[in-house]
Ligand binder design. Structure first.
Ligand code: GTP
Ligand code: SPV
Ligand code: MN
Length: 617
């Protein structure tokens, strides 16, 4: 075990061998891979080169092993369905840890673990955990290879599904190795599904372990993930690296790693604006990222749908890149009437996880079409009919597809220098209180709004769906350090920006409901109407109505041509009830107090000012 090229299975391979390129940086990589192999004892090691031939072979192998179902190429060419173990369907926040030297550096919103103790816990779990399996070594870049904002890493994993997913979501290949060889720093990420195979033991369709650990060591820039094959727990480049570890790097280097979509909005006059928006998991980032405006003349180009890295530029503007190369999007609710762009993106070359299978070998999920198929195989592989009384697709079922397949992807979406931001949006899923759109009075007020985002829980993580929880900046599960320090870091980044060039900050809420429980706002493509107003605010061409909580639109400035929003709904969308908002401020204070005095004074001052305004209102 531990030596590459051992075993009959790899002897016939034309790829997978350890690269022969030399370089001081590679010696460290080789030594690390040997060390992990000695611990996890895989049957063989496969160095992933990111080639098409390799990808095809990996897919074929997973089909042969029953881990992927090849979809009917007539409907969905080059596409596959994976069915997870029914217990391994979402991120496991309770099993996610920040193992920083000091507990206060993880802060009260993270599970902290002592790094030395955590290593003692993990070592026996990883010992022999890859027995009987292939250990893949996957070098990847977040951001264009060699770009000024880009960062690189290596994931070792015993999951071919993870390799396939990383291949779609990041840039994988030998050009990354060349960077490592040249001495560029890289992040070490280790993943095992925690299901070693005894000699002759038959593998299961979705190996995983009841015991799960998703562990981050911010000081040594390492991730160790055990027991889960699910996206956010297994594609370590994504939430583990590009958010939790990258947020720590950003804190130290003066930039921000954010749970944000990124778009270019083109006005009827042909002027381009760049907007980033942070919404919690399953709260509409992919939808807004792929927005197809329902108002004439406006166009949106997609730049990213989940993660953005933001850095102050020398010009005093805030520049953003999407470090990813694909979309790992929520399937349910994605259909012709809600997100036609996504439907078109998914024409082929897509890996679906936990959606339903149609008898004709295509996929289906709730919301894909208005009519429901009479007969399906559900996400667990069981026969399903509309009378079954349970969803056919898991509520957190997802698609994995390359960004380049999106019909409205920006032609320069992977430009290494990124785009300058004009507006930042913070949103959540709030049935009450929060208006359709509010503008912050300045950057500090914007940071205050971001720190106060709360949202009803979704199926993207384990927990009770619908329960309201605080999710500051939509980063609650993803901030790799003390959230109060993170608020302070946002304030500091603002000071790097030129006052007249900083992005404007807005809070939005597509999810406000009437007393009868229906959404007051049509949402989806009609969110372009809110974007249109935001752009006009950026241009300074419309006034606002001052309210206790921020600047509201003059409702007659909203372009509502072609839709019916009754005046009473419009009023309800913008209603600010001072009593209810005073209750919100109590929750904010309670939340801030959990940080033992670390929340910046400027944010307490915002809270005090808000209360003062509400009492006058
Ligand atoms: P992650 O990938 O988990 O980070 O989530 P995301 O923020 O990208 O979520 P996504 O865009 O996939 O949205 C998930 C859910 O929100 C789907 O069920 C959508 O139907 C719903 N949704 C998105 N936009 C709107 C909207 O404008 N109005 C309403 N009512 N629902 C929306
Ligand atoms: C989320 O949960 O916010 C996602 C999916 O985008 S995952 O990558 O699994 O975190
Ligand atoms: Mn996300």
């Amino acid at each position: 075990a531990g030596a590459e090229g051992t075993g009959a299975a790899s002897a016939s391979r034309t790829f997978g061998a350890r690269p022969t390129t030399a370089g001081a940086g590679l010696d460290e990589l080789f030594a690390w891979v040997d060390e992990i192999a000695a611990l996890t004892q895989p049957a063989r090691i496969h160095w992933v080169d990111g080639s098409n031939a390799e990808n095809e072979a990996l897919l074929r192998q997973q089909v042969d092993e029953g881990k992927l179902i090849k979809l009917n190429p007539e409907w969905r060419p080059g596409s596959y369905l994976a069915r997870s173990h029914p217990s391994d369907v979402a991120r496991t926040e309770a099993r996610t840890f920040i193992a920083s030297e000091r507990a206060e550096d993880a802060g009260p919103t993270n599970n902290w673990a002592d790094p030395a103790e955590m290593r003692e816990t993990l070592t026996p779990l990883f010992a022999g955990s890859m027995r009987g399996r292939t250990m893949y070594v996957v070098p990847f870049s977040m951001g264009a290879v060699g770009g000024p904002l880009s960062h690189i890493g290596v994931q070792v994993t015993d999951s071919a599904y993870a390799v396939t997913s990383i291949g779609i979501m990041t840039r994988v290949g030998s050009d990354v190795l060349a960077q490592i060889a040249a001495g560029k720093p890289w992040v070490k990420t280790v993943h095992s599904v925690g299901a070693p195979l005894a000699p002759g033991e038959k593998d299961v369709k979705w190996p995983c372990n009841d015991e799960k650990y998703i562990v981050h060591y911010p000081e040594t820039l390492e991730v160790w993930s055990f027991g889960s094959g699910y996206g956010g727990n297994a594609i370590l480049a994504k939430k583990c690296f590009a958010l939790r570890i990258a947020s720590v790097i950003g804190r130290d280097e003066g930039w921000l790693a954010e749970h944000m979509l990124l778009i270019r909005v083109i006005s009827p006059e042909g002027k381009a604006y760049h907007v980033a928006a942070a919404f919690p998991s399953a709260c509409g980032k992919t939808n807004l990222a792929m927005l197809r405006p329902t108002i004439p003349g406006w166009r949106v180009e997609t730049l990213g749908d989940d993660i953005a890295w933001l850095r102050p530029g020398e010009d005093g503007r805030l520049w953003a890149i999407n470090p990813e190369a694909g979309f790992f999007g929520v399937a349910p609710g994605t259909g012709e009437s809600t997100n036609v762009t996504a439907v078109e993106t998914l024409w082929g070359n897509t890996v679906f996880t936990n959606v339903a299978l149609r008898p004709d070998g295509d996929v289906w999920w709730e919301g894909l079409t208005d009519d429901v198929p009479e007969e399906l195989t559900d996400w667990e592989g069981k026969p399903w009919t509309p009378a079954s009384g349970r969803p056919a697709a898991h509520p957190n079922s997802r698609f994995t597809v390359s960004a380049g397949q999106c019909p409205q992807i920006a032609p320069d979406w992977d430009a290494p220098e990124g785009v300058p931001l004009d507006a930042i949006l913070f949103g959540g899923r709030r049935a009450t209180n929060v208006p359709l759109v509010v503008e912050a009075t300045d950057w500090t007020h914007g940071v205050f709004l971001g720190s106060n985002i709360s949202s009803e829980r979704t199926a993207a993580a384990e927990g009770t769906v619908g329960e309201l929880r605080r999710d500051p900046f939509a980063m609650l599960p993803f901030c790799g350090y003390n959230m109060a320090d993170y608020f302070g870091h946002w304030l500091k980044v603002g000071q790097q920006l030129r006052f007249d060039r900083a992005p404007r900050v807005f809070q939005v809420n597509w999810f406000r409901k009437g007393a009868d429980g229906r959404f007051l706002w049509p949402g989806f493509g009609d969110n372009a109407r809110v974007i249109d107003w935001i752009i006009r605010r950026v241009e300074g061409s419309v006034p606002t109505v001052e309210s206790a909580i921020g600047r509201l639109p003059v409702t007659s400035d909203l372009n509502l041509d072609g839709i019916e929003v009754p005046q009473e709904d419009l009023d309800a969308l913008f209603e600010v009830d001072p009593e209810l908002w005073l209750q919100e401020t109590d929750l904010t204070e309670e939340f801030y107090r959990t940080f033992d005095g670390r929340v910046p004074a400027a944010l307490y001052a915002e809270l005090a000012a808000l209360r003062y305004r509400l009492k006058l209102a």
